[in-house]
Design a protein around this ligand. Structure first.
Ligand code: ADP
Ligand code: DP6
Ligand code: CO
Length: 345
C-alpha cells in the first residue's frame, strides 16, 4: 500500500515540446502538500492468474490500455527484468498481469492534480512490488511519461522539474529543491470550488495553447526561466512575500495563456475570481503579503500562508467562503471593493 500526497504547482508546467515523451516547454516547481489534505492511496499486486492489467480508481474501472499507461508499465516491467537478471533467486513476475487499486480522497480530473498524485502512487506501488531501486529522480522519468505533473510528486516538499535539453528526455526529471522540514511554517488551504470533471483536460488544453497562443512564446522564453531561478531562491531563503508574489503572478500568467488560446480555455470561474480579489484585499489590508493563491487547470484554489498568519487567512476565508454555504456575496462589499469594517483584521 502506498500513499502519495497531492500537490500544488507554484510555477506552472503548461506546454509540451514532445507529446509522446511528455517533455515540457518550461521548467516548473511544485509543493507536495501534507497527507492530511489531498492524498492518493494505491495498492499493486500481480499474479499469473489475473487475466489482464487492470486499474480501479475509487471503485471505477479505468483503462490501462492507453499509450501513456502502457509506456509506464513497460518501463517498470523492463526495470524488473533487470532486477531479476541480476538476482536469479527472485521470482520471475515481470510478465504477470497487474491489478492496481487506488483511492483519491479528492475529486479526480477536477484540476486538483489527481494525475500527479495518481501516477506517482501507481509507479511507487509497482516499484515497491517489483523491489526496484527507488531513486526518486530516476523513477520521476517514468512518472513523467504517465503525466508530466506526476514526476514532481515522488518527492515531498519543494520540487523542481528541470525541463532538460535532450531529445530522449533523459535529463527531463524532478529534483528536490528543499524538503518539507525546511519551511515548517508554510501552510496550504485547499478551497474546493467545484468537484466537477474539467471540460478541457490538461493534455489537450496545453496542446491548444502551444499551437494558438502568441502570449505563450513570451511566457516560456521571457517570463518563466527568470521566475524559475527566483522561485527556488525565495524557497531557499524562506522569503514568503517573494514566494507569494511569484506564485500568484505565475498562476495569473498561466490562466492568461489559457485565455489567449484560440478558442479560449477558461479554468477560473466567478468564485475563483472572488477568491483572487479577496486575497489581494487581505494583503493590502494587512499591509504585507500574508497569503497567496494559485489555481491549476480548474476553478479550485490553493491558498498558501504562514502558520503565524493563520488566524487572518483562515478566519477571512471562513467568513466569506465556507464549504457548506459556498461564497457569501452579501458579506463581500464588491461595490467598494473592500473588506467590510465589521471584519476584524
Ligand atoms: P487532474 O487535474 O485531476 O490532474 P487530469 O485530466 O490531468 O486531471 O488527469 C486525470 C486522469 O489522471 C484520470 O483520468 C486518470 O487517468 C489519472 N488518474 C487520476 N487519479 C489516478 C489514480 N489514483 N491512479 C492512477 N491514475 C489516476
Ligand atoms: C495546470 O500533468 O495533468 O497542473 O502531462 O498531459 O498529464 P499531462 O498534464 P498534467 O498537467 C498539469 C498542469 C498544471 C500545472 C502544473 O502541473 O504545473
Ligand atoms: Co493532471
Amino acid at each position: 500500500m502506498l500513499t502519495i500526497s497531492g500537490s500544488a504547482h507554484t510555477l506552472k508546467y503548461w506546454g509540451k515540446r514532445d507529446k509522446d515523451l511528455n517533455l515540457p516547454t518550461n521548467s516548473s516547481i511544485s509543493v507536495t502538500l501534507d497527507q492530511s489534505d489531498l492524498r492518493t492511496l494505491t495498492t499493486a499486486s500481480c499474479s499469473s492468474k489475473f487475466e489482464s492489467d487492470r486499474l480501479w480508481i475509487n471503485g471505477t474501472t479505468y483503462s490501462l490500455d492507453t499509450p501513456r499507461s502502457k509506456q509506464v508499465l513497460a518501463d517498470l516491467r523492463s526495470l524488473r527484468e533487470e532486477v531479476e537478471a541480476k538476482d536469479s533467486s527472485l521470482p520471475k513476475i515481470s510478465h504477470f498481469p497487474l491489478h492496481i487499486v487506488s483511492e483519491n480522497n479528492f475529486p479526480t480530473a477536477a484540476g486538483l492534480a489527481s494525475s500527479a498524485a495518481g501516477f506517482a502512487a501507481l509507479i511507487s506501488a509497482v516499484a515497491n512490488l517489483y523491489k526496484l531501486p527507488t531513486d526518486a529522480s530516476e523513477l520521476s522519468k517514468i512518472a513523467r511519461k504517465g503525466s508530466g505533473s506526476a514526476c514532481r510528486s515522488l518527492f515531498g516538499g519543494y520540487v523542481a522539474w528541470e525541463m532538460g535539453e535532450l531529445e530522449n528526455g533523459e535529463d527531463s526529471k524532478a529534483v528536490l529543491v528543499a524538503d518539507k522540514k525546511h519551511w515548517p511554517d508554510m501552510k496550504a488551504a485547499i478551497l474546493v470550488v467545484s468537484d466537477m470533471k474539467k471540460d478541457v483536460p490538461s493534455t489537450s488544453g496545453m496542446q491548444l495553447t502551444v499551437h494558438t497562443s502568441d502570449l505563450f512564446q513570451y511566457r516560456i522564453t521571457e517570463v518563466v526561466p527568470k521566475r524559475f531561478i527566483e522561485m527556488k531562491d525565495a524557497i531557499l531563503k524562506k522569503d514568503f512575500p517573494k514566494f507569494a508574489e511569484l506564485t500568484m503572478k505565475d498562476s495569473n500568467s498561466f490562466h492568461s495563456v489559457c485565455l489567449d488560446s484560440y478558442p479560449p480555455i477558461f479554468y477560473l470561474n466567478d468564485t475563483s475570481k472572488r477568491i483572487i480579489k479577496l486575497i489581494n484585499l487581505l494583503n493590502e489590508s494587512v499591509g504585507e503579503t500574508v497569503a497567496a493563491y494559485t489555481f491549476d487547470a480548474g476553478p479550485n484554489a490553493v491558498i498558501y500562508y504562514e502558520q503565524k498568519n493563520e488566524k487572518y487567512v483562515l478566519g477571512l476565508l471562513h467568513h466569506f467562503f465556507n464549504h457548506l454555504d459556498g461564497w457569501s456575496e452579501e458579506k463581500f462589499d464588491s461595490k467598494t471593493s473592500s473588506i467590510p469594517e465589521s471584519y476584524p483584521l
